[in-house]
Design a protein around this ligand. Structure first.
Ligand SMILES: [Zn+2]
Length: 480
């Protein structure tokens, strides 16, 4: 390819506060239209905004985790524009003096083979706008409705430098950022409900060119996959325009998920169009070192650190560690189970295979009927030879269905592994009698038949025979 793709991402993350940024209204999602509103968030005359302390705290938390510099003196500004979902006619945001600058997110591409730092430009706080509805109960309406419940809900905007070069890097950046915010309990990361949203700036330039090309902003992408698809599409669109000597227009384009294309929405506005100015209703925000230190001391172990520790402490492959630490809840589940005794790699295999098949969103794993103690007890029974690995699969499914502890299931269903030589000899002899042809073939040197005979013994014992003992006995009996 002759062109280099330059991508910058702007992520809006909704903060996990109970109340809005400048008033006491609830931030709960899915309430009746306009029920979470008051004169402040409706922009009535004569009211004054009061900053929610928790918003600042969560923002500093995110900024520290993203290695940003916390700005000790920051300011709120008014971003002026008209839209029906914006009752005040301006959005309170931060402009010249954001709360955090710099920082970076480190990507691990190719399963950790290559690392790349994506620098951040800034993180700032702002209020969300309301929501326009163009349909009611799924039926297109002949006029639009406005719901102000979301008006004044606190957001942080995380602005990256244009250091991202491929759709895959963009996807990885979003995954890492979201996982970090979820670990911090700063944002729930739910893209469908709009609490984690992403806009992208993308431009192309001839490889090695010193100046950036004209950038296009893409909006309306509601999943990581759609962000990547939209960037892929836009790369193709822009490069074919440039190939044919045409110019790229600076504009905002909307991703159309059904058609898989971007469409022009409007020419891109410049910052000066918004007539930003410091909000006279809010005093500048001064943050002292003591507060920053206090917040820093509450930072949990972050995904990257946890992953590295898992590799070292539990001797796990990078791949396992990355999956197990994708959410804090899953990592806790794993560690709780290992603490009870089973081998870490065995626990990891069960989680990555059988458990993830049953638990699509691992943040909900605490509701899964198989708790770490269920899993640990079962794995220890396999370790001791009480049940076979094969029987463990049956016990597991039974635990999923009933939530009962493995020792009860094993006792009740008579699933204990048979290692008693007398009992097994009898079963083996029956198999040998019933398969005289195969026995003859084996004795003539066709060793493959051995596996078949083991299988027959396992079948006759309904999988309960200890395979190791069966192997030894069978060899002895065939020789004799
Ligand atoms: Zn309110």
């Amino acid at each position: 390819m002759r062109y280099e793709t330059i991508i910058g991402l702007e992520v809006h993350a909704q903060l996990l506060t109970d109340s809005k940024i400048f008033c006491g209204c609830s931030t709960r999602f899915g309430e009746g239209p306009n029920s979470n509103t008051c004169p402040v968030c409706l922009g009535m005359p004569g009211v004054l905004p009061v900053l929610n302390r928790k918003v600042v705290e969560l923002t500093i938390k995110a900024a520290l985790a993203a290695n940003c510099q916390i700005v000790r003196y920051s300011q709120f500004s008014r971003k002026n524009y008209f839209y029906p979902d914006l009752p005040k006619g301006y959005q309170i945001s931060q402009y010249e003096l954001p709360i955090a600058r710099g920082g970076y997110i480190e990507l691990e591409m190719d399963h950790g083979q290559s690392k790349k730092k994506i620098d951040l430009n800034r993180i700032h706080m702002e209020e969300d706008a309301g929501k326009l509805l163009h349909e009611l109960d799924g039926v297109p309406a002949d006029h639009s409705y406005v719901d102000f419940n979301r008006t004044g809900v606190p957001l942080i905007e995380i602005v990256s430098e244009p250091h991202i070069n491929t759709p895959e890097e963009a996807g990885e950046y979003l995954r890492i950022l979201r996982s970090m915010l979820q670990y911090l309990e700063v944002c729930d990361g739910n893209m469908e409900q709009g609490s984690f949203r992403c806009d992208a700036n993308i431009s192309l330039r001839p490889k090695g060119a010193p100046v950036l090309g004209t950038k296009v902003e893409i909006k309306n992408m509601n999943s990581f996959r759609n962000v990547m698809r939209a960037l892929e599409y836009e790369t193709g669109r822009q490069s074919s325009l440039l190939e044919s000597g045409e110019k790229i227009l600076q504009e905002t384009r909307l991703w159309d998920v059904n058609q898989g294309i971007t469409e022009s929405m409007r020419s891109k506005e410049e910052a000066h169009d918004y007539r930003y100015f410091p909000d006279p209703d809010l005093v500048p925000l001064v943050i002292d070192d003591a507060w920053i230190d206090e917040i820093r001391s509450t930072l949990p172990e972050l995904p990257r650190e946890k992953k590295e520790r898992f590799v070292k402490e539990y001797a796990l492959p990078e791949y396992d560690a990355a999956i197990l630490t994708a959410t804090r809840q899953l990592a806790d589940y794993f560690e709780e189970c290992v603490r009870l005794g089973p081998q870490p790699k065995v626990v990891s295999n069960w989680i990555m295979g059988d458990i993830l098949r049953h638990v699509p969103d691992t943040r909900d794993i605490s509701q899964f009927p198989v708790t770490p103690s269920h899993l640990a007890e079962m794995l220890l029974m396999v370790d001791k030879g009480t049940i076979s690995g094969k029987i463990a699969k049956i016990v597991f499914e039974e635990m999923v269905a009933s939530g009962r502890m493995p020792q009860f299931i094993v006792a009740e269903k008579g699933l204990v592994q048979v290692s008693d030589e007398g009992a097994l000899e009898k079963a083996i002899q029956e198999v040998l009698n019933a398969n005289a042809d195969q026995v003859e073939q084996y004795r003539q040197g066709k060793e493959k038949v051995f596996g078949f005979l083991v299988g027959q013994v396992m079948k006759a014992t309904k999988g309960k025979a200890n395979p190791q003992v069966v192997n030894e006995l069978l060899k002895k009996m065939l020789a004799g």
